[in-house]
Design a protein around this ligand. Structure first.
Ligand SMILES: Nc1ncnc2c1ncn2[C@@H]1O[C@H](COP(=O)(O)OP(=O)(O)O)[C@@H](O)[C@H]1O
Ligand SMILES: [Mg+2]
Length: 364
C-alpha cells in the first residue's frame, strides 16, 4: 500500500505542491523550519483526519489562506483517491474517499494505515497510560474488525454509569443496567486486547532483538487489563459502587488498561538512554506494522520525523534494514542528507525531496 501522488494546498508554510513519492523510501531533506514536518503532518491528516501537532485542524491552515486542501492517491487498479478539505470558517472537514463523502473517520484509517515515529513517540515510555492504550488499540482496531463497535459500547456504558454515580440520588436500578452492559463489553474488549498482545509480543521481541540487543537484561512488556486480575469485572463493578460514587467516576475497567514496560523490573524509561528509548519505541511501531501485514496482508505507511536524531550510525543502519525488509512505503525527514547516506541497499527505490522555505523540489 503506497501513496503515488500527493497534492497539498494551504498547509502551514508549504507552497502548493504536487509530488510523486516512490513506493519505497522517500527522503525529505531541509533546514530547520523549512517544512519537513508539515509534509508528514499533511499525510497524517489524510490518513486520520487529524493532525499530530494540533487538536484544531484550522491551525494547520496556512496563515492568510482560507482553507487547506490535501489530496492523495493510493496506488492500485484502479487507484484510490482520498481528499480532505478544511475551511477556516467551517468547523468540520470535508473528506472524500474514492469520490464519495466519508462520514466515519474510521473508514479513512482502515484505508490508509499509518505509523508515525516522532518525538511524541517517546510518550509510549514516559507518558500516561492513555498513549499506550491508543497504541495497542490502533493494532486491535486494524486486525479485529469487532473492535470498533465493542469499544464504542464500552465508552457509552461508561458515560452513563459515570453520570449516574454523580447524581445526588443514585438510581440503583439504572446503575445495575449499566454495570451489566459495561461488564459484558468491558470483558470483550479485554479479550480482544489480550489476544492482540499475545500475537504482538513475539514479533516485538524479534524486532527489538535486532534493533537493540539487551545483553544480560530482560525487557518485559506486560498488558494490564485495568482491573484486579483475581476478580471478575462484574464483581469489581458491583463492589465499587460506594467508592466510585465518592470519586464520581468508574475507577476500574478497560479505560484504565495499560502496557507496562520494564527492564529487570524497573520502568524502562528510568533505565534506558534516550537513544535506547527511541529504539524501543521504534521497535513497538515496527512490530505493529509487521503484525498488521502478517494478519491482513496490508502494509502500513511509515512517517518518521528526524530518523537520524539520537541514533548512532550502526543503529540507523539496523533501523533502515528493518524498514527495507518490511517493504513499506516510508517518508523520512532529516536536516542533512549525509546522515542517511549509504544506509540503503541498491535494490531499494529512493526518492529524495529537498525543502527550502516551504518549496519542495525533487532531486533528480
Ligand atoms: N499555519 C501556518 N502558516 C504558515 N506557516 C506556518 C504555520 N504554522 C507553522 N508555520 C511555519 O512553518 C514552518 C515549517 O515548520 P516545520 O514543518 O515544523 O519545519 P521543519 O520540520 O522543516 O523544521 C515554521 O517556520 C513555522 O513557523
Ligand atoms: Mg520538523
Amino acid at each position: 500500500m503506497s501513496l503515488d501522488r500527493l497534492t497539498f494546498q494551504g498547509l502551514r508554510n508549504l507552497q502548493p505542491l504536487d509530488i510523486r513519492p516512490c513506493d519505497g523510501v522517500n527522503l525529505i531533506i531541509g533546514d530547520n523550519g523549512s517544512g519537513k514536518t508539515s509534509l508528514l503532518e499533511g499525510i497524517h491528516i489524510l490518513g486520520l483526519g487529524r493532525s499530530f501537532r494540533t487538536q484544531q485542524l484550522k491551525h494547520a491552515i496556512k496563515h492568510d489562506e482560507d482553507a487547506l486542501v490535501l489530496h492523495g492517491r493510493l496506488e492500485g487498479d484502479p487507484p484510490l483517491p482520498v481528499g480532505i478539505r478544511r475551511e477556516r470558517s467551517v468547523s468540520e472537514s470535508t473528506i472524500r474517499l474514492a469520490g464519495a463523502p466519508v462520514t466515519r473517520i474510521a473508514q479513512l484509517a482502515e484505508t490508509l494505515p499509518l505509523q508515525l515515529i516522532n518525538p511524541d513517540t517517546f510518550r509510549l515510555l514516559e507518558g500516561s497510560p492513555a498513549f499506550r492504550r491508543e497504541f495497542f488499540d490502533w493494532g486491535v482496531f486494524h486486525v479485529k474488525h469487532e473492535f470498533f463497535d465493542i469499544w464504542r459500547r464500552v465508552r457509552r456504558a461508561l458515560k452513563h454509569r459515570n453520570a449516574l454515580l454523580r447524581h445526588a440520588k443514585m438510581d440503583r436500578q439504572a446503575l445495575a443496567v449499566w454495570d451489566r452492559e459495561l461488564a459484558h463489553y468491558g470483558v470483550q474488549l479485554d479479550i480482544l486486547r489480550h489476544d492482540y498482545m499475545k500475537s504482538f509480543l513475539p514479533i516485538f521481541e524479534e524486532t527489538l532483538d535486532e534493533l537493540l540487543p539487551l545483553d544480560g537484561v530482560e525487557l518485559t512488556l506486560r498488558y494490564f487489563r485495568g482491573w484486579d486480575h483475581k476478580r471478575s469485572y462484574s464483581e469489581v463493578l458491583h463492589n465499587s459502587h460506594e467508592s466510585d460514587r465518592q470519586m464520581g467516576f468508574t475507577q476500574q475497567g478497560p479505560q484504565r488498561a495499560d502496557l507496562r514496560i520494564h527492564i529487570d523490573r524497573r520502568p524502562a524509561k528510568e533505565v534506558l538512554s534516550r537513544g535506547q528509548q527511541k529504539l524501543v519505541v521504534s521497535a513497538l511501531k515496527l512490530a505493529q506494522g509487521r503484525l498488521l501485514e502478517a494478519v491482513t496482508g496490508r502494509r502500513c505507511i511509515y512517517l518518521i520525523d528526524d530518523l537520524p536524531a539520537e541514533l548512532d550510525r550502526h543503529h540507523r543502519h539496523v533501523f533502515c534494514k528493518w524498514l527495507e525488509k518490511m517493504q513499506c512505503q516510508v517518508f523520512i525527514t532529516s536536516v542533512e542528507y549525509e546522515s542517511l547516506l549509504g544506509l540503503w541497499q541498491k535494490a531499494t527505490s529512493i526518492t529524495m525531496f529537498h525543502v527550502k522555505h516551504g518549496q519542495l523540489t525533487v532531486q533528480a
